[in-house]
Design a protein around this ligand. Structure first.
Ligand SMILES: NC(=O)c1ccc[n+]([C@@H]2O[C@H](COP(=O)([O-])OP(=O)(O)OC[C@H]3O[C@@H](n4cnc5c(N)ncnc54)[C@H](O)[C@@H]3O)[C@@H](O)[C@H]2O)c1
Ligand SMILES: O=C(O)C(=O)C[C@@H](O)[C@H](O)[C@H](O)COP(=O)(O)O
Ligand SMILES: [Zn+2]
Length: 362
């Protein structure tokens, strides 16, 4: 078992990484001081696979657990589904010390975290991530949100979990495409922070794609270490944390323009990272061969570098709803090498539009 700490003073917590982790989860629950009534939020794919097993584990640790199952998929990250969960929490009589557990991918984690942040102005929240993307990214760092018709994650909060338990064994049922999507965010960590990690991904493609235990444990733990280091220094994205958003300016526009269904998040991030690398080359910040390395790794890990179903004009409008846009200026995270990025808010419109056009396939 590996443990990574997110260091945030009184809000600090541990991420536990390993195969199983039942005893660690139960020991944590027994010492947490929660009220007995708990809500376990999951989705219609993960619930039938793991819901009752986790419910029994939590019950054996002293909780009375109700399962709330939401439809699988990005469309559940919305206020209408949140409303149903608030009703359930009120009807169950959850109080301020009642824990909410998120068992699922990033959709369940972001949604359940948003409920935990807002129900009674905040109740304890525990992440039990089951997808690769959720284990390397969404379950750590406390960004919780739902989408709005006008943009991704626009209604949300920073709300840290009390702990995160990553059971790698749960990923045996994860569809291949969902492994690839998690790899999108994993490549991001190499680009923004750690050239050696980027090279590890280049050199261990088969082990990485098949989640071979040693490679999977390394890439999940390293991703969590990087995210924890960044979040510990800048919890609310005043500056440094923006680097975790590398590739997301275009990604969120692609997700919105394609109705949140055509591309899943990690695929959109892959296309957005290729776009951000392209802008970096156009501005003379990055040698073209480094951008080519990024595109090669993305493609080798079964991710797209171009999107269908978008237009430059629509995407360009969307980026002004990006949360990194301040005073009408988009803060782009751009590459200066593999492993190093900077933020720039002076990228000319024609440079952005040229990069977007190159990311659209017809
Ligand atoms: N809060 C953050 O910091 C953060 C970071 C990155 C992404 N996100 C958000 O996370 C979401 C994407 O997360 P995701 O890729 O996990 O999507 P997801 O939650 O939709 O999960 C992907 C699919 O895999 C299924 N699944 C999950 N675990 C499974 C398992 N063990 N076995 C079988 N099926 C399983 C789910 O039911 C779903 O169909 C997006 O909404 C994105 O915006 C948030
Ligand atoms: O944790 C962060 O900070 C991130 O930016 C991680 C991203 O991978 C994630 O997709 C996040 O939800 C995007 O945040 P947003 O603030 O652009 O909605
Ligand atoms: Zn992301």
């Amino acid at each position: 078992m590996r443990e990574v700490k997110v260091d945030l003073g009184e809000k600090s917590y541990s991420i536990y990484i390993g195969y199983g982790l039942e005893e660690e989860l139960q020991a944590f629950v027994r010492r947490a001081g929660f009220s007995p009534k708990a809500l376990l939020v999951t989705d219609t794919n993960v619930g039938p696979l793991y819901g009752s097993k986790v419910k029994k584990l939590l019950q054996a640790a002293g909780l009375q657990v109700e399962i709330a199952q939401v439809p699988a998929g990005e469309s559940s990250k919305c206020l209408a589904v949140a409303e149903g969960l608030y009703t359930k929490a009120i009807e169950l009589g959850l109080d301020r010390k009642s824990p909410i557990f998120a068992l699922g991918g990033g959709v369940v984690g972001d949604l359940a975290g948003f409920i935990a942040a807002t129900y009674m102005r905040g109740v304890p929240f525990v992440q039990l991530p089951t997808s690769l993307l959720a284990q390397v990214d969404s379950s750590v760092g406390g960004k919780v949100a739902v989408n709005h018709a006008l943009g991704k994650n626009l209604i949300g909060a920073f709300y840290q979990p009390k702990a995160v338990f990553m059971d790698l064994a749960l990923m045996k049922t994860l569809p291949k495409r969902e492994i690839y999507t998690g790899l999108g965010e994993i490549i991001k960590y190499g680009i923004i922070y750690d050239a050696e990690f980027f090279a590890f991904l280049e050199q261990n493609q088969q082990a990485v794609l098949s989640l071979e235990p040693e490679a999977a444990t390394h890439m999940i733990a390293r991703s969590c270490e990087i995210k924890a280091a960044v979040v510990s220094q800048d919890e609310q994205e005043a500056g440094l944390r923006r680097i975790l958003n590398f590739g997301h300016t275009m990604a969120h526009a692609i997700e919105k323009e394609t109705g949140y269904v055509r591309y899943n998040h990690g695929e959109a991030v892959a296309i957005g990272m290729a776009g951000a690398a392209d802008i970096s080359v156009q501005l003379g910040l990055l040698p073209a061969d480094a951008a080519a390395r990024v595109n090669r790794l993305i493609a080798a890990l079964h991710l797209p570098v171009q999107a269908e179903g978008c237009t430059v004009e629509a995407m360009y409008k969307d980026i002004f709803h990006d949360k990194k846009t301040v005073g009408g200026k988009v803060n782009w995270v751009l590459m200066t090498g593999i492993g190093t990025v900077i933020s720039r808010n002076d990228v000319p419109e024609e440079v952005v539009k040229r990069a977007m056009a190159a990311r659209i396939s017809r």
